[in-house]
Design a protein around this ligand. Structure first.
Ligand code: P6P
Length: 341
């Protein structure tokens, strides 16, 4: 990301400055974002030395999706939940590492937080970038003070904030509160996230497509035709596009945000509803991409308008630059209509 800011601005300073723009702000959301920033610094430290500590490798358990849980997953989950618990403004957390809702000490807290504590954790052992994803909702006022799962089943358009931390060659935190996309880079020498961009807009078109082509044979025809379109020669649209696939959604979507293009995780024979989770992977990253001028869809519906009926439900996702996503939607529509007619 190109640095638009000349003066060094830390995450905490930026959050306070942003809050001051809203006279009615109570400072609670600011505190919540700072809590996540603190947990991210601690997780970054452990991720960057996992190879020389006991945190590498699986802990023997599996999560709700039957995936092997890596020790760093649990560490990240614990750090984020305890950071949120300390400031008593979050009433519950839903995380990939916990089957149901995690009720925090402040049952009266006004926020609900979804977490993918360490997305891409299958890449930990091979030193590939991984990330933490968060999605923040307001708890809806109800007469019954007892927290239930349905309090957390809100569509992505109701997110009050969302973002991610990418633990890569450097540690980057990207978030939005609906007023544009802000990006920060961790300076380990002072332990502070430093502002690198405060209103990032992504390219309207990109020359990179990102999808796991190993599941090609089980894709719908329109998607197969779109990927072949990406591979054809065409100077006007800069095709053939480049294929890039890291296997960590946060890293693939961050590259798409910066360079443009499209990331796709479709429905397939193995994952009939897609593999990626709506509430703590697709919605938060869609909020970021939309705020940066992009589009995010399940092939038909805007991701953030999907009404969830389960905490851990999956969805197919086509996310990225406006022109790239519009093009794949054309192919899907054309060949779905052919099937119907
Ligand atoms: P596949 C990582 O396990 C993850 O949940 C996402 O971060 C990533 O985009 C996807 O799964 C990769 O899945 O099937 O291509 O290995």
């Amino acid at each position: 990301m190109s640095a638009k800011s000349n003066k060094l601005v830390t995450l905490d300073e930026y959050i306070i400055q942003s809050q001051n723009r809203f006279p009615g702000a109570t400072g609670e959301l600011s505190q919540l974002l700072r809590d996540i920033g603190l947990a991210a610094k601690i997780i970054s430290r452990e991720v960057n030395k996992a190879g020389i500590t006991s945190l590498l490798g699986a802990d023997g358990s599996t999560n709700i999706h039957g995936e092997s849980v890596k020790k760093l997953d649990l560490f990240a989950d614990q750090q984020l939940i305890s950071a949120l618990d300390r400031s008593l403004i979050t009433c519950m957390v839903i995380s990939e590492e916990n089957d149901g809702i995690v009720r925090l000490n402040s049952q009266g807290g006004k926020y609900i937080v979804y977490l993918d504590p360490l997305d891409g954790s299958s890449n930990i052992d091979v030193n590939v970038s991984i990330g933490s994803i968060f999605s923040i909702y307001m708890r809806e006022a109800r007469f019954d003070p007892n927290l239930v799962e349905s309090d957390a089943l809100q569509p992505g358009v109701r997110q009050v904030a969302a973002g991610y931390v990418l633990y890569g060659s450097s540690t980057i935190m990207v978030y939005t509160t609906g007023m544009g996309v802000s990006a920060f880079t961790l300076d380990p020498s002072i332990g502070e996230f430093i502002l690198s961009d405060d209103d990032f807009q992504m390219p309207e078109h990109g020359r990179i497509y990102s999808i796991n082509e190993g599941s090609y044979n089980s894709w719908e025809l329109g998607l197969k035709k779109y990927i072949k379109y990406c591979q054809e020669e065409d100077d006007e649209t800069g095709r053939p596009y480049k294929a890039r696939y890291i296997g960590s959604m946060v890293a693939d979507v961050h590259r798409t945000l910066i360079k443009g293009g499209i990331f796709i995780y479709p429905a397939s024979k193995r994952y009939p509803n897609g593999k990626l989770r709506l509430m703590y992977e697709c919605n938060p990253l869609s909020f970021i991409i939309e705020q940066a001028g992009g589009i995010s869809t399940d092939g038909e519906r805007r991701i953030m308008e999907i009404m969830p009926d389960a905490l851990h439900q999956e969805t197919p996702i086509f996310i990225g630059s406006k022109k790239n996503v519009e093009k794949v939607k054309e192919f899907l529509k054309e060949y779905r209509e052919e099937v119907v007619s």
